[in-house]
Ligand binder design. Structure first.
Ligand SMILES: CCCCCCCC/C=C\C/C=C/C(=O)SCCNC(=O)CCNC(=O)[C@H](O)C(C)(C)COP(=O)(O)OP(=O)(O)OC[C@H]1O[C@@H](n2cnc3c(N)ncnc32)[C@H](O)[C@@H]1OP(=O)(O)O
Length: 259
């Protein structure tokens, strides 16, 4: 899985798909569309380019690969946020799903953040609906019971950066052309208060958080189940701490305890 993630963050998504496909015996790819229906794919492949969130479920590992797929820049528009919310709900309810990796199908771009056109020249009702959709994604991702990793395989400014912060863990491609950060402050847009909680979590990870990720890696390593069992048993306390850290309840004051 470590090799798989490495390939993923290098932007070699087809290679990842191939690996997952081999592991799942050429039958593990599950596609969800916005209406929530699922389609089994008989062989390794990608869903239609019109799908704004491509979901590839590896049945062998229970890990869903979610690829944002709205060229040119995966801006977080109301339709994309709505589709993502439906997909996250479906995965949360799927008892076979144990984790998800959020990434992009658009070359060189993870997400350009909130869709600027959803924030101008619209009636007030639209702004309410849009903002509700934004907050819903934060709550669904941050509050997800699934282990989730953001594989940032391209630039990720503003809301794209915040989207990645909603995940339990982030891995970003080491490419000097990929930018990440809160550039929206230059537009006078201020990140909401809960950003502080997310930021704190990233800047002050407990040492065992990396262990948590290692455990994920081992867990996904279906070919070495005994190694996985040994690791998780040996570090069970650390794992519990890590899991409770990344899944801590949303509380404005909760970051205080890590100071
Ligand atoms: C969702 C839950 C978690 C998130 C919670 C967020 C809550 C946060 C609340 C507030 C803070 C956040 C605010 C925002 O996100 S405001 C959006 C700010 N975003 C930006 O400023 C990004 C600007 N874009 C870029 O920097 C670049 O476009 C790029 C680096 C992403 C890509 O560069 P490049 O490949 O060179 O492409 P182009 O610049 O040529 O762009 C192509 C095309 O795309 C349009 N576009 C770019 N960004 C956006 C956008 N955010 N919304 C809509 N459209 C966008 C761009 O205009 C071009 O269009 P074209 O001219 O018609 O081709």
């Amino acid at each position: 899985m470590a090799a798989v993630l490495r390939k993923l963050i290098q932007g070699r998504l087809p290679a990842l798909a191939g690996v997952l496909c081999r592991r799942s015996g050429n039958e593990g790819h599950l596609f969800l569309n916005s209406s929530g229906s699922t389609l089994m794919q008989p062989r390794c492949g990608y869903s239609s380019p019109t799908e704004s969130v491509i979901v590839e479920m590896d049945k062998a590992t229970g890990v869903a690969l979610l690829k944002l797929n709205i060229p040119p820049v995966n801006s977080l528009s109301l339709p994309l946020l709505t589709e993502l919310a439906i997909v996250l709900d479906k995965l949360e309810m799927d008892k076979h799903c144990r984790g998800l990796i959020l990434t992009s199908a658009v070359p060189n771009i993870f997400s350009a953040g909130l869709n600027l056109f959803d924030m101008m020249d619209k009636p007030n009702e639209h702004y309410s609906e849009f903002w509700r959709a934004v907050q819903e994604i934060w709550i669904k991702l941050y509050g997800s019971s699934l282990a989730n990793i953001a594989a940032i395989n391209g630039s990720s400014p503003a809301g794209g950066c915040l989207l990645a912060l909603c995940s339990d863990y982030r891995i970003m491609a080491n490419n000097p052309h990929f930018t990440i950060g809160l550039n929206e402050t230059r537009l006078g847009i201020v990140a909401p208060f809960w950003y502080d909680i997310l930021q704190w979590r990233v800047h002050h990870p407990p040492p065992c958080l990396h262990l948590f990720v290692m455990a994920l890696v081992f867990r996904l390593h279906v070919h070495h189940p005994s190694a996985m069992t040994k690791v998780t048993r040996a570090y069970s306390t650390e794992l519990k701490i890590s899991v409770s850290y990344v899944k801590q309840p949303i509380n404005w004051r909760s970051h205080e305890i890590y100071k």
